[in-house]
Design a protein around this ligand. Structure first.
Ligand SMILES: Cc1cc2nc3c(=O)[nH]c(=O)nc-3n(C[C@H](O)[C@H](O)[C@H](O)COP(=O)(O)OP(=O)(O)OC[C@H]3O[C@@H](n4cnc5c(N)ncnc54)[C@H](O)[C@@H]3O)c2cc1C
Length: 592
């Protein structure tokens, strides 16, 4: 393991790291850049020219584009070499997810195949299953799909009715049931199907070949967006699944399903970056061509504000994406040694970062929705035209807040997972919160004379964390076990945690960059605006939570503490945003 201070998942709430301890995207090596270029070239050559046709739900065409990406080696990035892949680091996997993320429907089909469609077998399968299936999924000879959702079981995924019974001769499981909303259903060869054996309380996972007798694939759903991605129902009637196709142990399926979703959330966090960068480039190009009132619309302050916000939110999310990706790579080495198996070790490391995975999923999907929405606005009436890429991007973006666990579920997970890990003793959340609360009357903003630019920013973030601890202390004391029924305050805490993690990642990145080249005034502008916005979220969310848990005596003291902890110095955010927008306008593309 590299000699860096690796935080446990959620531990960022009570510990700091140094800028030198995190990985930043500016540190990609030549091989990683070359892989990203290959992905980009693939989009230019195979995906963009076919977008109109695949949008008409042309299953054959999407199937053939996916196969081509497999031939080019793009499906084996996460697969070790002994199974026919390229065994790339998690950071590289995320860079590929980012770059292909600019591929509209293709991106969803490709990510579903490489991620949820392949990795349950890769991570949890035995040697025979991996050799039989993963080797072919790694090249695109087989395409994969992940079948968890049912008509009656969406967010409550363990409540599915699909059932498996051992045959009398003990050779097969007989599968019956129905799955819905299955990505790649129209052409997948291999299905990972979650079902309960007999009357089990929890799911098991099975590999089902889609050409098995009794498997029927429905027609594609008519969707709002990602129309080129095949999404359909799958029906299973007395399907004979060989006993050797049970993945892991009986009853391990729910754990597998959840772990794979952690992975999917992380990759979604990277995926949206590619889509956002492309959308920002589309926005500025249009703004640099369109004239109104005799001038380019890119000269208007209102549009500069929009473009700067697009850039800042994208940049902040990106900082967190690669910070956690590298943490996973670091943990992965230890985990693989501990587990004695690449697959199990890799998924243990990924699942460990469940809090950050949920954060990236929510923040990333909402960042892209913001970027896509503002792109349509910058285009004006043309943004509403189905001929424009930004119109497609707007529709395609929306799904990200729904799949891989809805954002409501993920917000709850951010808080719940961190609190559970702390209760297990992984880090001292409650002790730190207790200490802080005991000193409630003396909480100030902690400002020190002569503090440097970055000392000041780190103090802000330390203060935001204190505000979170006060709220966690308050809601835990007030609601106890009933806290699960107080989703609104859990959302308040989630909001504060997410924005703080993202801001901290951005601060560490900008600080590291300053150390490396010193030319970072624009990045400091971005950080200034981001912290200004985050302080607002902290203040509002904390005050909402306080009003729900405090009494007449403590309420004013808590409010005063939050006012102190959320205070940031006044900066001219208007000018800062203008400088950021001006660089974008000059480059005429996203180049931060
Ligand atoms: C295009 C597309 C592709 C998909 N691909 C796949 C796939 O490949 N494989 C697969 O298995 N599934 C897939 N899904 C399914 C997807 O994961 C589910 O739609 C999602 O998990 C939500 O489930 P649901 O649709 O049943 O919504 P519901 O669970 O019914 O949720 C409805 C609303 O209630 C909220 N809600 C539910 N429970 C809670 C709670 N406890 N607290 C607060 N709010 C709650 C939700 O957040 C949401 O706002 C896909 C879906 C779509 C639309």
């Amino acid at each position: 393991m590299e000699n860096i201070k690796l935080l446990k998942s959620g531990e960022f709430l009570v510990r700091e790291v140094e800028a030198g301890d995190i990985f930043i995207p500016e540190e990609f090596n030549e091989e990683q850049k070359m892989i990203a270029r290959t992905c980009k070239d693939f989009l230019d050559a195979e995906v963009y020219p076919n977008l109109e046709k695949v949008e008409k739900s042309d299953r054959e065409l999407m199937n053939s584009i996916l196969k081509k990406s497999g031939e080019l080696g793009l499906m084996g990035i996460s697969i070790p070499e002994d199974l026919g892949g390229f065994g790339q680091s998690f950071v590289t996997q995320m860079l590929v997810a980012e770059t292909t993320g600019a591929g509209y429907s293709f991106s969803v089909a490709y990510m579903a195949h490489c991620g949820i469609g392949t990795l349950p077998i890769m991570y949890y399968g035995n040697k025979e299953q991996r050799e039989k299936y993963v080797t072919k999924l790694a090249t695109g000879e087989y395409l994969g799909a992940y079948c968890l959702t049912e008509p009656g079981a969406g967010s409550d995924a363990n409540s599915g009715k699909t059932n498996a019974k051992l045959s009398e001769d003990g050779q097969h499981y007989i599968l019956n049931g129905q799955k819905m909303w299955i990505t790649n259903a129209g052409f997948a060869d291999i299905l990972t199907v979650f079902a309960k054996i007999d009357n089990d309380r929890v799911l098991s996972a099975f590999i089902v070949e889609s050409n098995s007798e009794g498997v029927v694939i429905g027609p594609d759903e008519h969707k709002m967006g990602i129309k080129g991605s095949s999404t359909a129902q799958i029906y299973f009637t007395d399907v004979k699944v060989p006993v050797g196709n049970l993945i892991g142990k009986r009853g391990e399926g729910f754990r597998i399903a959840l772990s794979i979703l952690h992975m999917g959330r992380l990759k979604l966090g990277a995926n949206v970056l590619g889509a956002a960068k492309k959308t920002i480039t589309d926005s500025v190009k249009y703004a640099n061509e369109r004239k109104q009132f005799g001038v380019l619309i890119s000269t208007f302050g209102a549009l500069k504000h929009k473009m700067a916000q697009q850039v800042i939110r994208q940049y902040a999310t990106e900082s967190a994406v690669y910070r956690v990706s590298h943490d996973i790579d670091t943990l992965l080495h230890t985990m693989i040694e501990d587990c004695g198996d690449y697959g199990r070790g890799a998924i243990e490391a990924i699942s460990h970062y469940a809090v950050e995975a949920a954060i990236l999923k929510v923040v990333g999907s909402e960042m892209l929705d913001f970027v896509a929405d503002e792109a349509v606005q910058i285009y004006g009436g043309m943004g509403y035209s189905a001929e424009m890429m930004v119109e497609r991007g707007y529709r395609d973006s929306r799904i990200n807040r729904i799949f891989e666990g809805t954002n409501e579920i993920n917000r709850l997970l951010v808080v719940d997972t961190a609190m559970k890990r702390a209760m297990k003793g992984e880090f001292d959340l409650y002790g730190e919160a207790e200490k802080l609360y005991a000193d409630l009357n003396n909480i100030t903003d902690g400002i020190k004379a002569g503090e440097s630019y970055f000392e000041e920013k780190r103090r802000y973030i330390r203060n935001f964390k204190k505000a979170i601890l006060l709220c966690i202390h308050g809601v835990t004391k007030k609601f106890g076990k009933a806290l699960v029924h107080e989703q609104e305050v859990l959302n308040n805490v989630a909001e504060m945690m997410m924005e703080t993690y993202i801001s901290e990642s951005m601060e560490l990145r900008v600080e590291k960059l300053t150390g490396s080249n010193g030319h970072t005034s624009l990045y400091k502008d971005m950080l200034d605006v981001n912290l200004f916005d985050t302080s607002d979220v902290i203040r509002k969310s904390a005050l909402e939570a306080i009003s729900a848990f405090s009494d007449a005596e403590t309420c004013p003291v808590l409010i005063r503490a939050i006012e102190n902890l959320s205070r940031v110095a006044c900066v001219n955010v208007k000018d800062a945003r203008r400088r950021i927008a001006d660089k974008l306008i000059e480059d005429n593309e996203y180049k931060f």
